[in-house]
Design a protein around this ligand. Structure first.
Ligand code: A2R
Length: 318
């Protein structure tokens, strides 16, 4: 089977590619931008086919889809960082929304009928009331960031192209995920990197942090990659599914776990530049619908995820 992953050099894309390479019998294609950092895919780059393509370029997307003619497409390329969507909302909106429209139109013009996965996010739910927990797919969408709005639009475009043209689109709304290769701007990776810098005497034992009171539902990225593959294997075209652990954790608890695993003493300092104009306080999801449909369960304990994340930074920092 030919599998196309947009954003293959990103955090989830690289793990999903490895998942398919390990399960075998697949030809994996992935998009990359000419300036993309290839660090995440260096160790298996020779086993996949990389195509340079900016998803905002409609013509390049047409050429890509027409050339590969994939049976499955995982659309992961995006501006994925919530704080960046505050500073440059235009970039987030155009990459995430126009990029997806370009993909759908490219599939239509190639006259192929692949299964397509759209990676939504728990940020689509945004403001959630305490009595709405755990969040099911029926919860109202009240996004609180330009990123959240872009993901709602991606989600609804998936619905519209399914209804209008019968395209086999399956949408997921993944809650937070982390693990090795997580970009350093993301909270768990940022803490782990700072802790390893302290271990390696590259910084004073002071950690700079943002909002520690937000509650999030965290999964290991490898469980999420497996969930995405299952979504296309067993999910219903036109439908959408939460991917979540069902457990909430304060960011402060995660920080304590990372510091505990490293076994060092550290002082915590709040950095106002890391606070958001409006933050989502509580995100805990229910993946009941997805479990029932696919049999998926998260398998990797969070302690192992954090340990692997610390080891990842230990291998990156000299
Ligand atoms: O910016 P780069 O060179 O790191 O490439 C990123 C790629 N990307 C693009 N590719 C083609 N054309 C664009 N205009 C474009 N803009 C960004 O998407 C990178 O390889 C990938 C995103 O990877 P990460 O930022 O690591 O995100 P992650 O966590 O893998 O998220 C995957 C999906 C996204 O749709 C998120 O919004 C969702 O899952 O949570």
């Amino acid at each position: 089977m030919k599998i196309l992953i947009t954003g293959i050099s990103g955090f989830v894309g690289s793990h999903l590619a490895e998942y398919f390479l390990n399960t075998g019998a697949h030809e994996v294609f992935g998009t990359i931008k000419w300036r993309s950092d290839r660090q995440n895919i260096l160790h298996f780059q020779d086993k996949i086919t990389l195509v340079e393509c900016d998803i905002k370029d409609a013509f390049a997307m047409q050429k890509l889809v027409q050339g590969v003619k994939p049976q499955q497409i995982f659309h992961l390329a995006a501006q994925s960082y919530v704080p960046f969507s505050w500073s440059t909302p235009q970039e987030t909106i155009s990459t995430n929304i126009i990029g997806e429209v370009n993909l759908f139109e490219a599939v239509r013009s190639a006259r192929i009928s692949p299964l397509i996965h759209i990676a939504g996010s728990s940020e689509e739910y945004g403001m959630v009331k305490p009595d709405e927990l755990p969040i099911t797919e029926q919860n109202p969408l009240r996004p609180l960031s330009p990123y959240g709005v872009s993901k709602v639009a991606q989600d609804l475009l998936g619905y519209q192209y399914f209804k209008s043209y019968g395209m086999k689109i399956i949408r997921t709304r993944a809650f937070n995920h982390t693990g090795p290769r997580r970009g350093e701007v993301f909270v768990t990776s940022n803490f782990a990197k700072q802790v390893v810098e302290v271990e390696k005497k590259k910084r004073e034992p002071v950690l700079r942090v943002g909002n520690l009171d937000a509650v999030r539902d965290f999964l290991d990225v490898r469980d999420v990659a497996r969930a995405y593959a299952l979504a296309l294997e067993k999910g219903e075209p036109g439908d959408f599914y939460n991917i979540a652990s069902g457990k909430g954790m304060k960011i402060r608890e995660i920080l304590d776990k990372i510091v505990g695993l490293a076994g060092i003493k550290i002082q915590i300092e709040q950095d106002p530049s890391r606070l958001r104009p409006s933050d989502v306080e509580l995100l805990i999801g229910s993946a009941e619908k997805f479990r029932k449909k696919t049999g998926w369960e998260p398998e990797i304990p969070f302690e192992r995820t954090l340990k692997d994340l610390l080891d990842y930074w230990r291998s990156r920092i000299a």
